[in-house]
Design a protein around this ligand. Structure first.
Ligand SMILES: O=P(O)(O)OC[C@H]1O[C@H](O)[C@H](O)[C@@H](O)[C@@H]1O
Length: 563
């Protein structure tokens, strides 16, 4: 195996027999029904103690029912007071589910999952007099969420509004946030502690903000409940087993990218991204999701041999056949994991050469969430990792903390050009970029673009993913910082060591103090970027950081260079 790959699994293609064998194996081992029965031994002895406190997600369709009426009553109470704008403060598993639930339902939810000062400011300035803020944190110790809470407490107080009337907390029982919020008199929803963050979509974490915003959370639970029989069946037709086997077997053959064409139009790709990246990306192994807008996007066509291509939200026969054809392998496409009206696939038009992996996944939102959770648990067993921990997220948090405490080395730019401070080698900005991109391994590498800016104000910049993917013909991911740190950040540091990282940071228009803290939002997000870059470099990964002293001009310059 060539050393430059940094991966010890050769890229090969399994036979249809191997996929069938693995599928028969998980059926014979009763994996689906044992997941439903919350058997913690499924992932081996090392994962057993974590798994024994992480499997309650299998029964949420029933156990979360009592929350529906409680949340709906609170929504009605708030509406009576003219409070109809819901803001969610939270990161990762505490924000990605409500975001997709509300988007799918077509209801308005402001998701504040950032420490970027301008973005925090914009949220604070938006309809404060009509706003209820849900502060969600399972651990109760996430610094972004704590800082957002402090910002809203201060804003409400300054506006003469009692924060106790406007802040609702979701957390695990006994967390520091639970103690603090209960003492302050806030309304606290205590979630099931035996469910991990990224599996918590159907707990209070997903339901409270979504229900307050007006999504039909009863229907969401109904759709999960209706899918349970199919998803927990020890049966070769179980779509979750089929998807999990596809992911697991492909990964054993060195395939470690999952290109998701998110045709749902509601952003379920971002939720799946966290579930897959944090659950599998560890011990130098795992699967990196690459979220793309549709099946025509670069990285989907053409795809690379180290990718599984997946269409979400379009189980029409034409889409299934086309996906199968692109992957060149009907066997994989017949692993289409669709729920509900699942049309039959016409095999006749599709070539059967074995050269790739594909899946089409569809179904109502609650059902699909459960489907992906079961599939990822199955894949984790086949890959041989613990799907319930996230060991490498902490390292970046620690490095950021040290920088804030003045303990770490504050990085200094290597040079500046056109108002852009460059942290990396090169004779010019263009040269520094070329040098970074040249380090992407042509067979196994990927580029991760990590942008620590206001993701609402600069949303268009995400299009550089398409430009770069087209030019590089290698998988390119795009993540907004610090949001991605709670998602793909785990894979970047703990997964297959094949990433190359372009970090973009910027000077905010206006920094913002955090009440009761000796650091500002601006210094916090800077430390988060610098801390993560330091950890990536410690892992031997190339990182180029570009700091934009004038964000608008800097982004325009980067676009120009990349085009
Ligand atoms: O809900 P919290 O405890 O605040 O955690 C928010 C996020 O924090 C960390 O980054 C974890 O890696 C995520 O899995 C989690 O969802």
């Amino acid at each position: 195996m060539p050393a430059h790959h940094g991966v010890d699994v050769a890229l090969t293609v399994p036979s249809t027999d191997e996929l069938d064998e693995a599928l028969n194996g998980v059926v014979a081992d009763r994996v689906a029904s044992r997941i439903a029965a919350q058997d913690p031994t499924l992932w081996g002895p090392d994962a057993e103690s974590e798994a024994s406190i992480r499997l309650s997600w299998t029964q949420l369709a029933e156990s979360s029912r009592p929350l529906v009426a409680e949340i709906e009553a609170l929504r009605a109470e708030l509406h009576d007071q003219g409070i109809d704008h819901v803001v969610l403060c939270g990161m990762g598993g505490s924000s990605l589910a409500p975001e997709v639930i509300c988007h799918t339902a077509g209801v308005d939810l402001t998701v504040l999952d950032s420490s970027q000062p301008d973005m925090v400011r914009s949220a604070l300035a938006d309809r404060l007099d009509r706003t209820v803020v849900v502060v969600s944190s399972k651990s109760g110790g996430t610094v972004e969420t704590d800082s957002q809470r402090r910002a809203y407490e201060q804003a409400f107080t300054e506006a003469g509004i009692d924060p106790v009337q406007r802040i609702v907390v979701v957390t695990d029982p006994g967390s520091p946030l639970d103690e603090q919020a209960s003492e302050a008199g806030y309304r606290v929803f205590r979630a099931d502690p035996h469910v991990g963050g990224r599996y918590s979509a159907l707990t209070a974490f997903g339901l409270v903000p979504s229900g307050l915003a007006g999504a039909d959370i009863g229907e969401l639970l109904d759709s999960a409940e209706q899918a349970q029989a199919a998803l927990f069946a020890d049966d070769v037709d179980n779509p979750a087993l089929r998807l999990g086997v596809l992911l697991g077997v492909a990964n054993r053959h060195g395939v470690d990218k999952l290109v998701l064409a998110d045709r749902s139009g509601h952003g379920i790709g971002d939720w799946i991204e966290q579930l897959v990246a944090e659950s599998t990306g560890k011990q130098g192994r795992g699967i990196l999701p690459v979220v793309v807008p549709d099946e025509d996007a670069p990285n989907f066509v053409p795809s690379t041999t180290d990718s599984i291509i997946t269409v979400i939200g379009q189980s029409q026969v034409g889409v299934i056949e086309r996906t199968a054809r692109l992957a060149g392998n009907l066997a994989h496409a017949t692993l289409a994991a669709t729920l509900g009206d699942n049309p039959p696939v016409d095999d006749s038009a599709v070539p059967t050469a074995l050269s790739g992996y594909a899946a089409v996944v569809d179904g109502p939102l609650g059902a699909q969430m459960l489907l992906w959770e079961v599939a990822v648990a199955v894949a984790g067993r086949l890959i041989g990792i613990d799907p319930f921990d996230q060991p490498d997220v902490e390292s970046a948090k620690k490095a950021a903390r040290e920088l804030l405490d003045g303990a770490g080395d504050v990085p200094t730019p290597d040079f500046s050009e056109d108002g852009i401070d460059v942290y990396g080698a090169g004779s010019s900005l263009a040269d520094a970029l070329d040098r970074l991109l040249d380090q992407i391994d042509v067979e196994r590498g990927y580029l991760a673009v990590q942008v620590y800016l206001d993701r609402i104000a600069h949303a268009d910049f995400a299009e550089v993913r398409e430009t770069l993917a087209e030019q590089l013909t290698r998988p390119v991911t795009f993540g907004w910082g610090p949001r991605f740190l709670h998602s793909t950040g785990q894979f970047h540091k703990g997964g297959t060591p094949t990433g190359v990282f372009l970090q973009i940071t910027g000077t905010p228009h206006d920094d913002l103090a955090i009440s009761g803290r000796d650091f500002t939002f601006g210094s916090f997000i800077d430390s988060q970027a610098a801390g993560d870059a330091a950890v990536l470099r410690d892992h031997g990964r190339p990182v180029l950081r570009l700091h934009l002293t004038d964000v608008e001009a800097g982004l325009a310059r980067i676009r120009e260079l990349l085009a």
